[in-house]
Design a protein around this ligand. Structure first.
Ligand code: ADP
Length: 470
């Protein structure tokens, strides 16, 4: 099969979160399984762009409303990532340093999608599947089905994977001229709550829709940032497929970001060495359990609860643990974390920013990883943590629910709590502190977790079955 993935992110080219990890890994495994997997993404100004060699494979001329533009498709010459990687260059619009966060993001990502569809329409053959990811690519199924210009693509099967339904790509009707002329009888497919909604449109127009875990799909019918009724209505074509992790990148035995490698057999020594390094760097006490958080500092991840949970843990449990936070996001949360750090007298350290290398050391050197998420479509952190023998403390939601079993259950290994509230987090921290006092049990849980299989092989098979069904 020939599959074209269209996405705004792909690790290691450009990544802001889980979307990048998934699009960087799934095509690689599909390629290894004997299929042709191609990734098409915008050409941002990234280090990857400047350190790799590229060939121009296509140049086209098209328009976004009144604005006509030239786009160029370039391909990475040596297939370093294990699949064909194509970047779309639209001068001035996509070639910027950041992925998101510009005022003209709607124009950027709609032009990107138009360029992709325009390029595909110049091909002499049709790919077997177009697999689009999140709202930045979710208008493609509509474009190929209902715009006049791209009718020759209308029979290509499409799959939309939703990595996060909170962000939907809203666009006022006054900007509807961005989208190439379409059959106006179909305007209803674009609309949700009086505006154009790219994700809602993708859910209606894609042949199949997947979410990145089963529990998340169930939860979306009750809470989907306004799209609940749509998920209920379209449930027949929706499936939850759990993400895998790239076990080549995330392997404590070979990880290129850490110095002290280890495996399930050498886990105690290996983790201790990494913890020592981490604690030295952040002036933390390596004898105390180290509870870390990595992620976007936003309400969705429950990051706003961290400052109070850290304060309450010290107050009710005592100074028996250390906290380490790596993340970036809301300035209010950053300010509150700074306050919590000041009050902690050295038992809490924070690093504001995005640092891939540090994240690997944190997974390797921490005892626990805390994820008090309000919403977690799949969550990769807990799977990375477990592969590095770090016990996840997670809220019972979405992919966290599907991947972490509480150590109170038979063969369990993690810590789960039900509500995204400070009290529940504090109680979970207390369980972690007690668990840490039992080194034999800690070690056994580590052994269990490190043997779990979260690789892409099984998830990838589900995707291949889904494509085949189309
Ligand atoms: P998201 O909702 O942000 O996509 P996921 O759990 O699916 O959450 O993926 C998060 C990914 O981003 C993980 O690989 C995690 O290690 C990484 N990550 C998040 N924040 C940071 C940061 N500040 N520095 C380094 N890596 C980060």
């Amino acid at each position: 099969m020939e599959v074209i993935h269209v996405s705004a992110e792909c690790y290691p080219v450009a990544k802001a979160g889980g979307l990048g990890d998934v699009v960087g890994a799934l095509p690689k495994y599909q390629h290894q399984a004997g299929h042709i997997a191609k990734v098409v993404m915008p050409m941002y100004q990234t280090k990857f762009l400047n350190t790799h060699e590229w060939d121009v494979v296509h140049k086209g001329y098209t328009n976004l409303g009144n604005w006509w533009f030239i786009y160029t498709i370039i391909k990475e010459r040596h297939n370093t990532l294990g699949f064909d990687l194509y970047l779309v260059d639209i001068n001035g619009l996509l070639d910027r340093e950041r992925i998101y966060g510009y005022d003209d993001d709607s124009a950027r990502f709609i032009s990107f999608q138009i360029a992709v569809v325009d390029w595909l329409s110049s091909w002499k053959h049709h790919p077997d599947v177009i697999h689009v990811h999140d709202h930045q690519a979710a208008l493609i199924p509509f474009m190929i089905k209902h715009t006049y210009r791209y009718q020759q693509l209308r029979d290509i099967p499409t799959v939309l994977t939703i990595h996060n339904a909170e962000y939907q790509g809203w666009l006022g009707w006054d900007k509807s001229y961005f989208i190439p002329a379409w059959d106006t009888w179909k305007s209803g497919l674009l609309e949700w709550n009086n505006s154009i909604n790219a994700l809602a449109c993708g859910i209606r127009c894609a042949w199949k829709v997947t979410t990145v875990s089963r529990s998340y799909l169930e939860e979306l019918r009750g809470s989907a940032n306004g799209l609940e009724a749509l998920f209920e209505y379209e449930k027949g074509k929706c499936t939850g497929i759990l993400n895998g992790i790239d076990t080549k990148v995330w392997d404590p035995e070979t990880d290129r970001y850490i110095e002290n490698h280890f495996n399930v057999k050498s886990r105690s020594g290996g983790k201790a060495e990494n913890k020592k390094l981490l604690c030295e760097r952040f002036a933390l006490d390596e004898k105390k359990p180290l509870i870390s958080f990595i992620g976007r500092l936003v309400g969705e991840k429950g990051a706003d609860l961290l400052p109070a949970a850290i304060g309450d843990s010290f107050y009710y449990i005592g100074r028996k643990m250390n906290f380490l936070i790596l993340g970036s996001g809301s300035p209010v949360i950053v300010e509150n974390l700074e306050k919590a750090r000041t009050l902690s007298e050295g038992d809490c350290s924070i690093y504001i920013g995005y640092d891939e290398t540090l994240s690997h050391l944190i997974y390797a050197g921490s005892d626990f990883i805390l994820m008090p998420s309000r919403v977690e479509p799949c969550g990769l952190n807990q799977m990375y943590a477990m592969r590095y023998g770090t016990i996840p403390i997670v809220r019972n939601t979405g992919g966290l629910k599907d991947t972490v079993r509480d150590f109170g259950e038979p063969d369990g290994y993690g810590i789960r709590f039900n509500n995204a509230i400070v009290g529940d987090i504090t109680q979970a921290v207390w369980r972690a502190v007690q668990l840490y006092d039992d080194p034999v049990l800690m070690d056994e849980l580590r052994r269990r977790m490190m043997r779990l299989d979260f690789s892409w092989e099984s998830s990838m098979k589900h995707y291949l079955d889904l494509y085949a069904s189309l």
